[in-house]
Design a protein around this ligand. Structure first.
Ligand code: GLN
Length: 232
C-alpha cells in the first residue's frame, strides 16, 4: 500500500469507527470532534485528507505498517506510545472510568469485581488499565474491537463492568446508553494526533499550527460545543 505514490497534499488519516463524540456515523455521515477538527486543520493548512475508519487498534496498526500517514482517534498520549509514535500538542483532556449497567447496584467499587468479567476495547488505555488491576481485584477480562460491542457485553449482562474514557462515557450516557458510572475517573492522558515516529514531520507540524490557529480563532471551541454544549 505504501508503493502507490501519494499526492503530496493528500494524507491518509486513520480513525476509530465508533467513539462518540470524537468519531461516529450518523445516517452514513462521519462526524465528531476529531473529524471536524482534522478537517478544519486540513482546510486551514491546505492539505487533503483521505479518511480510513478502521477501528482503534486497527488504526494504530495501520500507521505502524505505513498504510496510513496519521491517526486521530481519541488516542491518549502515553510514554509507552511515544516510543513508537510522534504526537501532536494535546487537544482534549481525558482519563479512564468504570461503567456498569444502569441500575446495577451490585458493583460500587473495584472490590466488587472479584470473580466477575469485565469488558474492554482491544489496544486501548482502558484495556491497559483493567489489565493492570485485574489480579489485585480478581476479575477476568473480555476484549472487543468495537466500543458498541463492549457496551453490549455489559448491557446484556455478560460482563458486569467496562473501562472506557470518561468523556466518551459521559456523552454515551447522556445520549441514552444503558450505563452508569459509580466510581471516580482515574487520572488520565490527553488526546493527541499521531504519526509514526520519525515520519510525516511536515504533517505533524501542520497539525500543530492548524490546531493553534483553530484555538486562536474560536474554531476549536465551536467544534467542541457542536457536540458537547448542553441544550439547557
Ligand atoms: N483514549 C483511548 C486510547 O488511546 C481509547 C481510544 C479509542 O478507543 N478510540 O487508548
Amino acid at each position: 500500500a505504501t508503493d502507490t505514490p501519494k499526492d503530496k497534499g493528500t494524507f491518509i488519516i486513520a480513525t476509530d469507527t465508533t467513539f462518540a463524540p470524537f468519531e461516529f456515523e450518523v445516517n452514513g455521515t462521519r462526524q465528531g470532534i476529531d473529524i471536524d477538527l482534522m478537517n478544519a486543520i486540513a482546510a486551514n493548512q491546505g492539505f487533503e485528507i483521505q479518511w480510513n475508519a478502521l477501528g482503534f487498534d486497527a488504526a494504530v496498526q495501520a500507521v505502524q505498517a505505513g498504510q496510513a500517514d496519521g491517526i486521530i482517534a481519541g488516542m491518549s498520549i502515553t510514554d509507552e506510545r511515544k516510543e513508537v509514535f510522534d504526537f501532536s500538542d494535546d487537544y482534549f483532556q481525558s482519563g479512564i472510568q468504570m461503567a456498569v449497567k444502569k441500575g446495577n447496584s451490585d458493583v460500587a467499587s473495584y472490590d466488587d469485581l472479584a470473580g466477575k468479567n469485565v469488558a474492554v476495547k482491544t489496544g486501548t488505555s482502558g484495556a491497559k488499565f483493567a489489565e493492570s488491576i485485574k489480579d489485585q481485584y480478581g476479575f477476568a477480562i473480555s476484549q472487543f474491537a468495537d466500543s458498541n460491542d463492549m457496551i453490549n457485553e455489559v448491557t446484556t449482562g455478560n460482563s458486569v463492568a467496562l473501562f472506557e474514557d470518561y468523556p466518551v462515557l459521559q456523552y454515551g450516557i447522556q445520549q441514552g446508553a444503558e450505563l452508569q458510572t459509580v466510581t471516580e475517573p482515574e487520572m488520565g492522558d490527553a488526546y493527541g494526533f499521531a504519526v509514526l515516529k520519525g515520519q510525516n514531520a511536515d504533517l505533524l507540524e501542520m497539525f500543530n499550527t492548524g490546531l493553534q490557529n483553530a484555538k486562536d480563532t474560536g474554531v476549536y471551541q465551536t467544534i467542541v460545543d457542536r457536540y458537547l454544549k448542553s441544550e439547557t
